[in-house]
Design a protein around this ligand. Structure first.
Ligand code: CU
Length: 477
């Protein structure tokens, strides 16, 4: 062992954490102990969080008493990356991944004490594996460098953050998908000989990043959350070819659209569930103009709760009416901007029974929700769709009133002027406004724990707490 063995270590105990399915660290107590395992006096450290792509690891990190070195359990990091981990007692080594490790004996003769082999490669000496509290720990930033993870220590949150290249790529890849949903841009259909508009929706598990640096496994249509928007005209004949690539059965329900009973997508009632590997063709006529949605109708808390939903917009067959300078805005108005927002969330570090820790507009949380950029005087329609499994939302706009023009797909006979609209799960609300006030105006849910991202509640500072269901209506001259 090297000279570090005499260094004092603060070790956060994690018994309370392991007992808690919520993975909250607030109960974790801290003590100091030296590397030989002797417990010292209790300290005041509430625990050093460790995340991989935003997912909290089961065990806290360990910091040297002079704070110069931060350590993590190698097993936790490997398992978070879905790599198998085993302990090789003969060579006193942690074996991560499935890589080959030829000439083990000569390899380990060179390693002092404990070794870590990661995908067939002996990790370099500065990773410094050390058995502490019956777990093999390694130096966090050295591990990151050795196995190609981005590394950050957030001193304010007291959190070690590892980030994979996949998480960065996913975040970049989904920006266009999110903007297309916001802007109401529908999938391009194939037009059959009889004029039927054909779309394919494939259900599959796919990575998704609700904010930069946080990635979760989502249940998706076509690899995105929300699924791609389907946008057709009133009276159109529509065929949706559904392909199930999930590990469990699924169906699709066309929420609010007046479809034949056999196309309603309720398993065990109107059809057999579509098995993994199976397909089903849904076919119906776009019954009436309005804002609707489609969503899975099988194992709803899992499938809908993790992303299997999308907007279904039916435009009126009659021509839209240009907006006059003073008249009412209605569902028939031709708007300069026509936005769609599906409200939901993800459980990244909370359980399905708890509230989501990342509330999302179109699959992403503030500050990564794209803004609505409009010019002064332009007209704006926002189609709100609440597809959260449990939560109501009270969407509030700063700086301007808006008019409620449609509810649950149907135009309102008289518009109502308001600044906050309440919308329950399964409901839609179309609101409209003239952007007559220049500025950066917040549009957000007024249930205020829906505007925080997981783990950030402790963060100080004027902007630090903002997350979740917030976007900006940016009105320029
Ligand atoms: Cu809310």
């Amino acid at each position: 062992m090297n000279g570090k063995s005499r260094r004092k270590w603060k070790v956060a105990l994690f018994g309370a954490l392991l007992a808690s399915a919520t993975a909250e660290l607030v109960h974790a107590q801290a003590m100091t102990m030296d590397a030989s395992g002797d417990a010292g006096e209790a300290g005041e450290d509430a625990g050093l969080q460790v995340t991989v792509d935003g997912r909290l690891l089961p065990n806290p990190g360990i910091e040297s008493s002079d704070l110069s070195e931060l350590r993590v359990q190698v097993r936790d990091v490997a398992e978070a990356l879905n790599l198998p981990v085993k302990w090789d007692a003969r060579h006193h080594a942690v074996i991560v991944g499935d890589g080959l490790y030829p000439s083990m004996d000569s390899m380990y003769d060179d390693a002092m004490g404990t070794a870590v082999v990661w995908n067939g490669k002996l990790l370099p000496a500065d990773v410094d594996p050390m058995t502490m509290n019956r777990a093999v720990t390694v130096v966090a930033n050295s591990l990151a460098k050795a196995v190609d993870l981005s590394y950050r220590f957030d001193a304010g949150l007291h959190r070690i953050e590892f980030l994979t290249a996949e998480a960065k790529e996913q975040f970049a890849a989904e920006r266009t998908q999110v903007e297309n949903v916001l802007n109401g841009k529908g999938m391009t259909p194939t037009i059959a000989a009889d004029g039927t508009k054909e779309f394919t929706l494939t259900a599959e598990l796919h990575n998704w990043a609700p904010v930069e640096g946080v990635m979760t496994t989502a249940w998706t249509f076509n690899g995105q959350v929300p699924g791609p928007t389907i946008r057709v005209k009133e009276g159109d004949r529509v065929r949706i070819h559904f392909v199930n690539k999930l590990p469990e059965p699924a169906t699709i329900h066309w929420h609010g659209i007046l479809v034949p009973n056999v196309m309603d997508g309720v398993p065990g009632l109107t059809q057999q569930a579509v098995q993994p590997g199976g397909t089903f063709d849904y076919e119906f006529t776009a019954s009436h103009a309005g804002t609707f949605m489609y969503h899975s109708h099988y194992d709803d808390m899992t499938q809908v709760g993790n992303g299997m939903y999308g907007a279904f917009i039916i435009d009126p067959a009659a021509p839209l009416v240009p907006a006059s300078d003073s008249g009412d805005l209605t569902a028939q108005t031709a708007y300069d901007h026509d936005y769609t927002m599906l409200l939901s969330g993800f459980h990244v570090n909370t359980t399905a029974e708890e509230e989501e820790d990342y509330f999302t507009m179109n699959g992403v949380s503030y500050p990564d929700t794209p803004p609505m950029n409009v010019k002064k005087g332009e007209t704006v329609r926002i189609r709100l769709i609440n597809i959260d499994t449990m939560e109501v939302h009270t969407m509030h706009l700063h700086g301007m009133d808006f008019q409620s023009i449609a509810r649950n797909g149907s135009p309102l006979r008289s518009v109502e002027t308001m600044n906050t609209v309440l919308i329950g799960p399964g409901e839609t609300a179309d609101i409209a406004l003239r952007a007559d006030a220049v500025g950066q105006w917040m549009f957000h849910c007024h249930i205020l724990d829906h505007t925080m991202n997981g783990g950030d509640m402790n963060m100080g500072g004027p902007m630090g707490e903002m997350g979740g269901l917030i976007t900006i209506l940016n009105v320029t001259e």
